[in-house]
Design a protein around this ligand. Structure first.
Ligand code: PLP
Length: 472
């Protein structure tokens, strides 16, 4: 057998996806087509770059590297160490942090695991945490539980007492939070959210945390791109620990990061750095995903550019335009505006649910998600939808384009109201019956798709998408 002959059982190792697995190739191409043909308004998503996807799909996926650079449990990590060091350095740079005062762990697989590892590093099981309640816009991992059930592991393994937004204004009720904190005496006060359109008052939060000797942790997952671009309040000025996902406004691959104060800045002088690093591995995770870490590093290089700052400023202008246009059309926007990429739309005044509008929009190639708005009674049928401007800004839409996006959404609402009126009951199952054959929906879908396809697509060339008819 010559050195170049491949064993038959290894032949599959060098074939392309197209040759090897037509079924999966087809699904990925269809997803590309869907992304290119629609208006993506999910606030937690973005379109990452071609370079990020290249790194994410690289041979680094083959490598095990438990531990940290220079202290691994496996051999062969001389390159991977450099990849992780580069990523750590860029993470600090992107957020304007000095390595003397801040450290970062770049290994969390996602935002949820980053949060759980951060808690594990800071406190003991059954210690007390306070985060924004899920129905108020907080994230599951900030201690979510219902009256009947502890839902998130953050409420199963820690005692949780959430705080809420004011039910009239939709703004965080800091006074009530302060009162409740006096009774609950949290060990960690968590800020950051999944559906909060306003800036955070870090000064007020710091003062509440200090009354109880609590850590102040910010989960800036949604706004981290805006933080890096310095267009929202900066959690690093006053928080002890900051976590984030890397795939929302930060526009990287799917993963998480944990930043912690170090050296003289260590808030309780307990070597938080070691505790958080050990919480990530070995407490909560195994081997890091080196391909993802490389991809995060590529994204962070992009984040540190003046162009990214322009992007972030445009995101804010676009979300603000979207909010204003919907208000001009007579709709109720929670907190009457936005200071970040999120617009939270209260549909209750027009007697429509978030689920129904989401369904109609889906069929029209507009992607949004139903979302609780303060005062909602049913978590299963929330009264609002959450919109975000980050993805479409990555497709180069500007303010005037968001005027058109608002008009498309307005048409979707009108269709939804018409369908609801003629449906035999208010139930979702009656509402969705034959929805895909509705002519108004088909017309709107055609217009939305042709509009969406008129904008550039990050990450891949739409003219190279291969649909089934092209090769069958
Ligand atoms: N934290 C916040 C504020 C989020 O909004 C999310 C996800 O949407 C997460 C954490 C969890 O991130 P992941 O889905 O990567 O686990």
């Amino acid at each position: 057998m010559s050195a170049f002959q491949v064993d038959p059982w290894n032949k599959c190792l060098n074939t392309t996806l197209f040759e090897e697995d037509r079924e999966m190739f087809h699904l990925i191409e269809e997803e590309k087509f869907r992304q290119f043909s629609g208006l993506e308004l999910i606030a937690s998503e973005n379109f990452t770059s071609r370079a990020v996807m290249e790194a994410n799909g690289s041979c680094l996926t083959n490598k095990y590297s438990e531990g940290l650079p220079g202290a691994r449990y496996y051999g062969g990590n001389e390159i991977v160490d450099q990849v992780e060091e580069l990523c750590r350095g860029r993470a600090l740079q992107a957020f304007h942090l000095s390595p003397e005062r801040w450290g970062v762990n770049v290994q969390p697989y996602s935002g949820s695991t980053a949060n759980f590892a951060a808690f594990t590093g800071m406190i003991k099981p059954f210690d007390r945490i306070m985060g924004l309640d899920l129905p108020s816009g907080g994230h599951l991992t900030h201690g979510y539980q219902t009256a009947k059930k502890k839902i998130s592991s953050s409420s199963i393994y820690f005692q949780s007492m959430p705080y809420q937004v004011d039910c009239n204004t939709g703004l965080i009720d800091y006074d009530r939070l302060e009162e409740n904190a006096k009774l609950f005496r949290p060990q960690i006060l968590i800020c950051g959210a999944s559906a909060y359109p306003r800036d955070w008052d870090f000064q007020r939060l710091r003062s509440i945390a200090d009354q109880h000797g609590a850590y102040l942790m910010c989960d800036m997952a949604h706004i981290s791109g805006l933080v890096a671009a310095q267009v929202v309040n900066n959690p690093f000025e006053l928080c002890d620990v900051v976590t984030t996902t890397t795939h929302k406004t930060l526009r990287g691959p799917r993963a998480g990061l944990i930043f912690f104060r170090r050296g003289n800045e260590d808030p309780k002088h307990v070597d938080l750095e070691t505790r958080i690093n050990q919480a990530v591995f070995p407490s909560c995770q195994g081997g890091p995903h080196n391909h993802t870490i490389a991809a995060i590093a590529v994204a962070l290089k992009q984040v540190a550019t003046p162009e990214f700052k322009e992007y972030a400023m445009q995101v804010k202008k676009n979300s603000s335009t979207l909010s204003q246009e919907l208000q001009k059309l007579g709709y109720k926007i929670v907190t009457e505006g936005t200071e970040n990429h999120i617009v939270l739309w209260d549909l209750r005044p027009i007697k429509l649910t978030g689920s129904k509008l989401e369904k109609v929009c889906d069929l029209c190639s507009i992607t949004i998600n139903k979302n609780a708005v303060h005062g909602d009674v049913s978590a299963l049928s929330p009264g609002g939808v959450r919109l975000g401007a980050s993805s479409l800004t990555s497709r180069s839409l500007r303010e005037k384009d968001f005027v058109s996006v608002a008009a498309f959404l307005h048409r979707a609402v009108q269709i939804a109201l018409k369908v609801q009126e003629s449906a035999p009951s208010k139930l979702l199952k009656d509402f969705v019956k034959d929805l895909d054959k509705n002519n108004d929906i088909l017309d709107l879908k055609a217009e939305v798709q042709s509009y969406a396809r008129s904008f550039p697509m990050p990450g891949f060339d739409p003219s190279e998408i291969r649909r089934r008819n092209d090769y069958q």
